[in-house]
Design a protein around this ligand. Structure first.
Ligand SMILES: [Zn+2]
Length: 284
């Protein structure tokens, strides 16, 4: 067997094992780091690489039917250029360029953070290929961190398409991603995509996992008063082993939450009743 063959088989096995382990633990999602890349429309592909040009597949990406092409382009902005930027296939309806904030500084451009496909009003960018160049009025974005998942995964996590969640990565430099968008489609495979800046800030490499630690709000209810109200009524759990009359008098608020294992003295119960406070026992 050719060494490259063995290498790729080993990598695939490791990848599958990692995936299995990730789905066995509840709320775990495999992390993948997206480097800067370009999606091209048929029209722009023809301008950059020549009429009737077909992209050559270099390697498959984790999402079904998506691939990294052999072809690369040069990105150019007012302050600088970035060479050898990977083209991803297949062609799309609209050309879109995804970079990190660090890349944007180098180019001298200010792309917005957007979900893939949402390029209206985004940053202009010049793309240079071997046969020509294209100036786009819009199309340069910084990708919003997101998790691809199938409907089954969404049910398991109790989340829906378009919702934002928090994801914690326990690495050497632990990090929590606050606004991670859920993207659900039957054609998706479970994976969270972050850019190189996000990965670097948390010492993350592709293949590691993160944990969904809380489900946020959907975009449509971003400023919903219901959610704000919910936040205000969160009451901390009393963590002592014994809840006595003394604690009942001291603790603020109409509700005292205790764990199942905390002993509540009869006098504490009487005092709570007298003061109009409710003692709530929580399953920890
Ligand atoms: Zn993605």
């Amino acid at each position: 067997m050719e060494p490259e063959w063995i290498q790729s088989i080993v990598e695939e096995v490791v990848r599958q094992l990692g995936r299995k382990e990730a789905v066995q633990k509840p709320n775990q999602v495999p992390l993948a780091v997206s480097a800067r890349h370009v999606h091209l429309s048929e029209q722009h592909l023809a301008i950059l690489f020549g009429q009737s040009y077909t992209l050559k597949k270099k390697s498959d990406l984790s999402q079904p039917n998506q691939f990294a092409a052999e072809e690369t382009v040069i990105l150019s902005g007012p302050k600088g250029t970035i060479e050898r930027v990977r083209v991803l296939g297949p062609s799309r309806h609209l050309t879109q360029v995804e970079v990190s904030q660090t890349d944007a500084f180098k180019l001298g451009l200010t792309p917005p953070i957007r979900q893939s496909g949402d390029i209206k009003g985004s940053s202009p960018i010049t793309i240079i290929g071997p046969k020509g160049s294209v100036y786009l009025n819009e199309g340069l974005i910084i990708a919003q961190a997101h998790i691809h998942m199938a409907p089954d995964d969404a049910r398991r996590f109790g989340v829906e398409d378009g919702q934002y969640v928090q994801v914690r990565a326990e690495t050497e430099r632990p990090i929590t991603f606050e606004r991670v968008r859920i993207r659900v489609s039957p054609s998706y495979r479970l994976e969270m995509h972050i850019d190189t800046d996000e990965a670097n800030s948390g010492f993350i490499r592709t293949g590691q996992t993160g944990e969904i630690i809380s489900a946020g709000q959907t975009q449509s209810t971003c400023h919903s008063p219901v959610l704000i109200e919910e936040k205000q009524t969160i009451i901390p759990l009393f963590e002592g082993k014994l809840l006595s009359q003394h604690e009942v008098k001291q603790l603020d608020g109409p509700v005292i939450r205790v764990g199942k294992t905390t002993i509540v003295t009869p006098l504490a119960k009487d005092t709570a009743r007298e003061l109009g406070k409710k003692i709530e026992v929580i399953d920890e």
